[in-house]
Design a protein around this ligand. Structure first.
Ligand code: AMP
Length: 214
């Protein structure tokens, strides 16, 4: 499948993407994961992105399109891809349209995960993430803690609270989402490719996506 997953930070895009990956081998492409990996590795890309990321702002459209222009051409995308956290602005959506047209690819659908703000706030403040950039498994101190506190079940690396998951940075990320990303719901709605889901359970989201695909 070839999907865009839209939704606020904490709406469950990453969790849903991981569940969908297991179904048909489509690859999850998370621009946030790619950027965090670059920050951790100390690359030029990471240096350019870090300040914006830590403050809850977006990194530049040019930088993101540079990453995605390359990433979508990789071989593993041939079996399908789940875009998690991209596009996040109208210029990114416009650029993606051109990129996909040039590559002869059409999307199956754009899914919007609708989650109330208080649920998102609670999820983000209690979320923890594996610090290993090639793992980045997600935990939650209340609903899904690692078996051994602070240690990733999958790879044994430390499980941490992200720098952009302080209350202040979360508030800024939600504001950024409302201003710059939420308009994409209308953008894709007008194109007729949008499926809007009340997304309190990731299993229900996955079932709804599957039934819309078949
Ligand atoms: P995420 O893990 O998707 O919430 O992304 C973490 C941070 O990475 C965001 O708060 C942004 O600073 C940056 N980021 C991720 N994806 C994008 C994107 N498509 N456009 C701009 N900035 C992004």
């Amino acid at each position: 499948m070839k999907l865009i997953l839209l939704g606020a930070p904490g709406a469950g895009k990453g969790t849903v993407a991981k569940l969908l990956t297991a179904i048909d081998g489509s690859v999850q492409i998370s621009t946030g994961d790619i950027l965090r990996g670059a920050v951790k590795a100390g690359t030029e890309l990471g240096k350019q992105a870090e300040t914006a990321m830590n403050s809850g702002a977006l990194v530049s459209d040019d930088l993101i399109m540079g990453i995605m222009g390359e990433r979508l051409k990789e071989d593993d995308c041939k079996s399908g891809f789940l875009l998690d956290g991209f596009p996040r602005t109208i210029p990114q959506a416009d650029a993606l349209k051109v990129l996909l047209t040039d590559m002869g690819i059409s999307l199956d659908m754009v899914v919007n995960l609708n989650v109330p703000r208080d649920v998102v706030m609670d999820r983000l403040t209690t979320r923890r993430t594996c610090n290993n950039s090639s793992c980045q498994e997600i935990y939650n101190v209340k609903s899904n803690p690692p078996k051994q506190e602070g240690i990733c079940d999958k790879c044994g690396s430390p499980v941490i609270q992200r720098d952009d998951e302080t209350e202040e940075a979360i508030a800024k990320r939600l504001e950024t989402f409302t201003e710059q990303t939420a308009p994409l719901v209308d953008y894709y709605g007008k194109e007729g490719s949008l499926v809007d889901i009340q997304a309190t359970s990731s299993d229900v989201v996955v079932q709804t996506i599957q039934s819309n695909l078949s």
